[in-house]
Write a protein that binds this ligand. Sequence first.
Ligand code: GTP
Ligand code: MG
Length: 582
Amino acid sequence: MIKVLRYLKQIKSDIILSLVFVVLSQLSSLSLPLLMSLIINNGIANADLQFIKNIGAIMAAISALHVVLSVFNSYYTSKTSAGYGKILREDLFLKVESLSQIDIEKIGTPSLITRCTSDVKVMQDFILMSLRIIISSPIMLIGGTIMAVILNPKLALTILAVFPIIGIIVAIVLKTVIPIFKKRQKMTDEVNRFLRQKLSGIRVIKAFNTINKEDDIFSEKNQRLSFLVLKLQRIMSVLIPVCIVLVVVALDTIIFIATKNIDTLSDPVKIQNTVGDLQAFVIYMIMIVAAVTMSAAMFVIVPRANISAKRIKEILELESQIKDPEVAKDIDNSQKGKVEFENVSFSYEDGENNVLSNISFVAEIGKTTAIIGSTGSGKTTVANLLCRFCDVKEGRVLFGGVDVRELKQKELLSKISYIPQKPVLFSGSIRENLLYGDENASEEKLKKALDISQSSEFVFALENGMESFISQNGTNLSGGQKQRLSIARALVKDADVYIFDDSFSALDFKTDSLLRKALKENLSATVIIVAQRVGTIMNADKIIVLENGKIVGMGKHAQLMEDCAVYREIALSQLSSKEVLQ
Ligand code: GTP
Ligand code: MG
């Protein structure tokens, strides 16, 4: 909890102001019942009108002050909690951004989202309630008790008797509530995970007609979550009334003790005094009741915040597996754009076998290197290792003559333009998406990127051209349009190496070949093309054939046709005998 709360340091002045106003507004309210009893005891009992007027005026002034202080109190406590939430969310977002793909997969995207949103909200509420309740309850409780003791020590004893009983009830509730809170947060994560996965696959669910089945699974999870919420509410709905009943019993006892001897009193002034004290007493008791009830709410908020703080801390403390070196090297300028894999082996953390074994190749500067192989042969993994989204298990990946682990990640990624296998577009205009590649790119550069990627035709056929809106993940575009736009975005970026991971798979043959031709004419950088279609890569300067994570052939098309059985098999299955001989 402490680690997550240390952000409060950044909003110290707001916290101090909140505290000052909370304390002042509570103190001002504490004085009112006492003044009221003074009016009854001294003013009314002695029929002293002037005294009543004077004290009445003081009471009115204090009440007005109380209102003003309360407004400031609300303002600063809200400002503090909103400010805290903002700082915490910002830091969490920065942290999540710095994590590697593997780290993110470990916690899971839905859980990350819940932690950055609802857990932060819990912490925000906790700060707000703490400032308002944790500070004001003790003041009301202790202040009310002290005032009651000053007023009449004998009567005040009845109040003290209630405290230990409340303590016992709270201890019992805490023991039962905390484990349920933990379960509830976990269940919320699970419901979120389920919803996210199923909503993004809604078309598949509909196509396979499995909506009823998914409904049943969701109902079951939802039921479990609402059961936990209900259970918590049930416990809380018992706690608060029990506390109130206890205090009301104490209140009755006070009135009973105070009025027990009233009929034996003959002096009207004494009777008035009893009434005045009793009046003030009842108000102090009500204050104490309010303080106790609010504290009971704290016993829910604190454990809940504790669980959320732990979940947030888990992210803040997560060490990214991919770290920058302490002393980073610079790329060797004479080898700019050269990529070299040296005996690289790799396996995913959760997998047992090597996904890549002993991979060695060089992608020459300014040349096109292609990687081909059946699905699951490790092509995307090669691209991931080059971008250092994960680290090799054995061997080295050299970029510009330097091991990628010795380069700053930012430096490395600024030199690579990567088109992932699954094109990802963000909601916004086409222009905004293109500018992702380089925010300062000129209009001319954007148009050229659209031209090369064969997107101009369909983009400018749209009513708003480059200003047309793309919905999240490009759902309002076809697969091939998405691929072309993500290629255009990558081309807007000036890089030493361009990696196309199966980026032509959704294009028809004609567009595919026009695009490759335009790329050849316009790109002088190193190009790495991952593909499953021989047609896409047969003109590459070097073709690497992967099978089961091993290189089984390397060279040009004609040579591979002769000496690589795997390549020959792929080529013959896809091309006509005339095309093969090209
Ligand atoms: P296609 O894109 O289908 O053509 O395959 P690819 O050649 O790009 O294969 P990729 O490099 O994606 O995967 C190679 C192997 O690694 C496959 O056997 C996958 O099952 C495995 N793999 C890929 N990603 C992960 C991962 O995140 N975790 C684990 N454990 N295995 C993975
Ligand atoms: Mg792949």
